[in-house]
Design a protein around this ligand. Structure first.
Ligand code: GDP
Length: 297
């Protein structure tokens, strides 16, 4: 099963055709490329930046053949996607991942997949049911906790999310937990309240983490099929809570994989994980080199 099949058949095929279907590098090539990139959710700004880079490459490397230029195109994509950091650091006694994102983006499944992965690696994992707003969210996390065999810290629906986070960090410290993953609400209709709530949760986690040898990371879950909306959402979340990394889910559900490039280039936030299906193994660490190779193979 290839989670990138749609993107290969859509975006990548179109790009390849542009480079292979002609003998000269001309204005038309760039016009077609621009159109395909924008259609594929690469975003206007990033598209222009990529085309500028290609034009520079042509001058500097004296490129004559369109097919040769395609190699430079792939190299520029890789360069744009490069992150220095790895996926998650486990340098500290307690590592806390606060997971944010709108409802339906894939927060719960991402949390379960990450929890399962580190549990399997022998880490002591705990979950915190910080979405106290959406009906059923707490239970859903508890079901995952039972299934995975990890503790879930929860209070009643409607309780204060920051209080749940506080309890969870205390409990994680007391029980020598290696990884605490904190779920949060993702209601969209009351965006302002949501952002205030997330800021408060983050403040509490940061404060409690400081007194332990703990590190905190904010992971934003974005649904790749929502295209440029995902970028606008990311900006809002990033303003509120300083996002450290992105999990880009449902890449299997879109033919416009260009969103990966837009996220990295327009937000300057590293993509840490990509979701290419619903199974646990479909949540992968994001490796730019591998990703571009897989797309153009
Ligand atoms: P939440 O509201 O953000 O907690 O979203 P959920 O975790 O409940 O996910 C919403 C839906 O998206 C569920 O049906 C998941 O199985 C599905 N989902 C999550 N990640 C992926 C992915 O990478 N690929 C596909 N195809 N579905 C996914």
């Amino acid at each position: 099963k290839d989670g990138l099949k749609k993107t290969k058949e859509g975006f990548v095929n179109k790009v390849s055709n542009i480079f292979t279907g002609r003998t000269n590098i001309d204005d038309e090539l760039f016009e077609e490329l621009e159109e395909v990139l924008i259609q594929a959710d690469v975003g206007v700004k990033t598209t222009f930046a990529l085309i500028e880079k290609l034009k520079e490459d042509i001058k500097e490397e004296d490129i004559k053949e369109p097919e040769e230029l395609m190699k430079y195109f792939q190299a520029e994509l890789k360069a744009m996607l490069q992150n220095e950091e790895g996926t998650f650091n486990f340098d500290k006694d307690l590592n806390i991942i606060m997971v944010v994102g709108v409802n339906g983006a894939g927060k719960t499944t991402t949390i379960a997949k990450v929890a399962g992965r580190y549990k399997d690696q022998g880490k002591k994992v705990m979950l915190a049911a910080g979405d106290t707003f959406r009906a059923g969210a707490i239970e859903q996390l508890q079901i995952w906790g039972d299934r995975l065999g990890v503790n879930v810290i929860a209070q009643k629906e409607g309780s204060d999310a920051a209080a749940v986070a506080y309890d969870a960090v205390q409990s994680a410290k007391a029980r020598d937990v290696d990884l605490l993953i904190v779920d949060t609400a993702g209601r969209l209709h009351t965006q302002k309240n949501l952002m205030e709530e997330l800021k408060k949760v983050k403040r509490v986690i940061d404060r409690e983490a400081e007194s332990a040898n703990a590190q905190v990371e904010v992971l934003l879950v974005l649904d790749a099929t929502t295209g440029q909306n995902a970028i606008s959402q990311a900006k809002l979340f990033n303003e509120a809570v300083d996002v450290d990394g992105i999990a880009l889910t449902k890449l299997d559900g879109t033919a416009k994989g260009g969103i990966v490039i837009a996220v990295k280039n327009e937000l300057q936030i590293p993509i840490k994980l990509i979701g290419v299906g619903e199974a646990a193994e479909d949540l992968q660490n994001f490796d730019p080199e591998e990703f571009i190779e897989a797309l153009f193979s």
